[in-house]
Write a protein that binds this ligand. Structure first.
Ligand code: DMJ
Length: 577
């Protein structure tokens, strides 16, 4: 046999046959296995393109500028719209590296994770003259460190080969201590801004947002559980309870408030900017810490959202005092909501909204920051798409819940759009204007922490196989541990007529992904009004919500009004548009 022929046989026996064999056996178990493998490889490649370029051109600064292959020290700019009090001597805190830690674990890259831990433990300091947003620093830096610490100490991740000595927790604790002066207000509501070196600055603004006060409990609560120092959890809890006491008689909240007086400044709010993660943390805090208090808060808040903000598949804004609609806008940040509804078990409502977000995604190629629902057009100035994760996040949750391959197709189209429109030689760039696809020189750290992570988990969820996690609003996983639960909440005790949307073979999980909260049966709208005042509202009549005629849509569960077909062909309430 000639060497060339021998080479061909070697190729056939050692490469082609085993590959075909693996693919055939995989597809017997899961008909979409080959597609998932191909797509997860693609997403892995995207993450490393973003990460490697950050490490080459920006590290240890905060974020990468992918067009000019340089960096920005943006931690002090996050949420700082007027760019006030920018520091002179701040050289970054390796923000994108911290944000990448948990993603590296999800991708199984222990070598890079260990290198990062070592570098951070030797170099990261918080004694810097930088005025930062408490909210942003909490979700990105504290959350990144706390989550990575837990992952590093979990032996199943086979990380750090005995070299890990709680360095990340030490850093997290030091940062948490620097947060505490922000809570020193007459109300317990924290200042939105704090200087890491000097604490609250003189004449600091007392205006903050609902998210700024109500989205600290996961990270600060976890820090208290890990360190044994109760001050972090108490501060976050006191702020959350105060915020809760400020709800209107309709159980609605505003968007901005004053931390000294405890009075609302902006009475209009929705489920997007300034409020979004407040709702998210009520439910996730309940899942993580098992307190009924959080569940009760979430339940009332969720029902109020469904009653006053929801309009078919869309969510508008409303005045907290009257419940009257104010702004009719779809925003890119709102796209996290279907994911949250999956955690509640409200799959039908989640699917409905997700379809409409996808309709807008397809219309523009990505999701614009703001879309005017009443005019069916883009907001004149907010036409950007800064690589946000929310739509990918909801797609991941919906696929986990339903295993409907439709969501894999949606994921593929997100991946293709990102690669087509935003990938450049130096990383992934934001889009300045979705009508021209003009790019902006910024790769936000949440692209590494969230966008790539959720897309990867959509196609390869092996990270979730042995442990339940709650993902923080920045996509950092925190394990659901019974030792952190005061007791297993009643909501996980499953009545026999309640549904499980996961297949029977799945392990039973008392956590977010157990998806066993909403009853399967559809109560009759007219006769069961009491039942409807719960987080579980009635699914549409048809299973996939597609409609050809308005007649197919039936009656809305909460308002008992007739539904009609939306522009994307799904049932919704379209009464006063
Ligand atoms: C992230 O920092 C978090 O998801 C936050 O809750 C909202 N905004 C960004 C991503 O869009």
């Amino acid at each position: 046999m000639s060497p060339r022929n021998r080479g061909t046989w070697v190729l056939i026996f050692l490469v082609i046959i085993p590959t075909l064999y693996i693919e055939t056996s995989l597809s017997k178990v899961d008909p979409f296995a080959a597609k998932k493998k191909r797509m997860s490889d693609k997403v892995r490649q995207m993450f490393y393109h973003a990460y490697d370029n950050y490490m080459e051109y920006a590290f240890p600064h905060d974020e990468l500028k992918p067009l000019t292959k340089t960096y920005t020290d943006s931690l002090s700019e996050l949420g700082n719209l007027k760019l006030e009090h920018l520091p002179q001597e701040y050289n970054g805190s390796a923000l994108s590296l911290i944000e990448s830690l948990s993603s590296l674990v999800v991708l199984g890259n222990s070598t890079e994770f260990e290198k990062a831990v070592l570098w951070l433990s030797e170099n990261l300091i918080f004694d810097v003259d930088a005025r930062i947003s408490l909210f942003e620093c909490n979700i990105r830096v504290l959350g990144g460190l706390v989550s990575a610490h837990i992952l590093a100490t979990d032996s199943t991740n086979r990380l750090t080969k005995g070299t890990y000595n709680n360095q990340l927790l030490v850093l997290a604790e030091k940062l948490g201590q620097r947060f505490l002066p922000a809570f020193d207000t007459p109300t317990g509501l924290p200042y939105a801004w704090i200087n890491l070196k000097y604490g609250v600055l003189e004449n600091e603004t007392t205006e903050t947002s609902t998210s700024g006060c109500g989205s600290l409990i996961l990270e600060m609560g976890a820090l208290s559980h890990l360190t044994g120092d109760p001050r972090f959890e108490s501060a976050a809890l006191r702020a959350l309870r105060k915020l809760w006491s400020m709800r209107s008689s309709l159980n609605l909240f505003g968007t901005t408030l004053d931390v000294k007086t405890g009075e609302w400044i902006e009475y209009s709010s929705g489920i997007g900017a300034g409020v979004d993660s407040f709702y998210e943390y009520l439910l996730k805090a309940h899942i993580l810490f098992g307190r009924d208090e959080f569940w009760r808060m979430f339940q009332s808040a969720y029902v109020a959202v469904q009653k006053y903000f929801r309009h078919g598949p869309w969510y508008h804004e409303a005045d907290m005092r009257t419940g009257r609609a104010t702004y009719w806008q779809l925003t890119s940040l709102q796209a996290f909501w279907p994911g949250l509804q999956v955690l509640v078990g409200d799959i039908a409502a989640a699917n409905l909204s997700h379809r409409e977000f996808f309709y807008v995604w397809q219309k523009y190629g990505v999701l614009p920051e703001r879309y005017l629902l009443d005019h069916q057009m883009l907001h004149p100035t907010e036409k950007y798409y800064p690589l946000r994760p929310e739509f990918a996040e909801s797609t991941f949750y919906l696929y986990q819940a339903t295993k409907d391959p439709w969501y894999l197709e949606v994921g593929e189209s997100i991946v293709d759009s990102l690669n087509f429109h935003t990938r450049v030689e130096g990383g992934f760039a934001s889009i300045r204007d979705v009508t021209t696809m003009e790019l902006e020189d910024h790769q936000h750290s949440f692209f590494l922490a969230e966008t790539c992570k959720y897309l990867y988990l959509l196609f390869d969820d092996s990270f979730l196989a042995n442990q339940n996690y709650v993902f923080t609003t920045e996509g950092h996983p925190l394990p659901v541990l019974s030792s952190w639960h005061e007791r297993l909440p009643d909501v996980y005790i499953i009545p026999s007529n309640w549904t499980s949307v996961k297949s029977e073979g799945q392990p039973k999980r008392a956590s977010a992904m157990s998806l066993r909260i909403c009853p399967a049966a559809t109560p009759n709208c007219r006769h069961n009004h009491q039942t409807l005042e719960s987080v579980c509202h009635v699914p549409d009549a048809s299973t996939d919500h597609r409609c050809l005629t308005d007649e197919e849509c039936g009656v809305d569960s909460i308002s008992c009004r007739r539904r009609s077909c939306s522009m994307a062909g799904y049932c919704g309430l379209w009464l006063s548009l």
